[in-house]
Design a protein around this ligand. Structure first.
Ligand code: TMP
Length: 295
């Protein structure tokens, strides 16, 4: 039985009415309304009761914890882990994701005056933040790390990228189109080879899936040839590894489709301009751009 009683919120010390009577519900139930809200927000739900992911479409709920608040959130919100307005480019090394991001930015700059296009934010993982810098140093061989440590760093970097202020979720919620060069699937495809599937899957479980995912598919031999002249080489840039990466991407795509992400495989062996056209044709169907192109 729940009994209302007046207590001091243990977090901000304001007098509040708390639900009490069930000890196993723990201290979370004694927070005042504001601190409860903050608690909920910290777990990925924004404060107006709206949440960063799209409305219900029958996908499994993310885990918000096994305590009473976590359960309450799961009961109250039917949350599908799809971040609307979020688009991801994925592929093996040398598949051209970075070039395509650049071409997309240029297209937006050209078209914006003529069409009512949303703001575009292009971004990448690893990020250029502090954790991303550490990862880059490991990728260039300057820092020897266990495969599991690298997997943990990638997900820590992602956590900042996605949930920080002005990060992916913030911007998607503000109506910007966010396009990221690499995301969760990179961790599943690459880190899975070094430390098995379980750890990267567990570390990435709670990140929302993108609305759209482009997989830039190319024979690893051709991709590596494209990179021959690069001055800086990274630890994953060798043929055997890239062959495995490609196989793993292909096997993993259905995993995202099941979550409700629209996945598009692009023939990345074409010229950059031809690939950019293929990307644009599909991207015009993203929810934000559809409106601009239908009007
Ligand atoms: P790139 O962005 O220059 O392609 O380099 C990033 C490298 O990091 C690339 O080899 C893929 C790898 N990577 C992972 O192994 N796991 C990840 O989660 C991400 C985002 C990238």
């Amino acid at each position: 039985m729940l009994i209302a009683k007046e207590i001091k919120c243990p977090y901000c010390h304001v007098l509040t009415i708390a639900k009490d009577g069930n000890k196993s519900e723990g201290i979370q139930n004694q927070r005042c309304k504001n601190c409860r809200r903050q608690f909920i927000r910290d777990r990925g739900i924004s404060d107006q009761g709206a949440f960063p992911w799209t409305a219900s479409c029958g996908h499994p709920l993310p885990s918000f914890g096994t305590d009473s608040i976590g359960k309450e959130i799961e009961d109250r919100y039917e949350v599908a882990m799809i971040a609307r307005n979020f688009v991801v480019f994925e592929g093996g090394d040398g598949s051209g994701t970075t070039t395509q991001i650049k071409l997309l930015r240029q297209r937006f700059e050209r078209k914006k005056p003529e069409k009512q296009l949303p703001s575009l934010w292009t971004t990448c993982e690893p990020t250029d933040g502090a954790i991303g810098a550490l990862i880059r140093s490991a990728l260039r061989g300057g820092l020897a790390l266990q495969a599991g440590t690298l997997a943990r760093l990638f997900s820590a970097d992602r956590s900042e990228h996605v949930f920080a202020q002005n990060g992916v979720i913030d911007r998607c919620n503000r109506g910007e189109l966010v396009v990221s060069d690499r995301y969760v699937l990179s961790s599943l495809a690459y880190q899975g080879i070094g430390c098995g599937d379980a750890l990267p899957k567990a570390l990435n479980e709670e990140f929302p899936a993108p609305e759209m995912l482009f997989f830039f598919d190319i024979e690893p031999e051709i991709a590596l040839k494209r990179m021959e002249n690069r001055r800086i080489r990274e630890i994953f840039e060798y043929l055997d590894f890239q062959v495995k990466v490609r196989e793993r991407y292909k096997a993993l795509l259905p995993w995202y489709e099941e979550k409700g992400t629209i996945t598009i495989t692009v023939d990345a062996a074409k010229t950059p301009d031809a690939v950019a056209e293929d990307v644009w044709k599909a991207l015009k169907n993203a929810s934000l751009l559809k409106t601009a192109y239908e009007s």
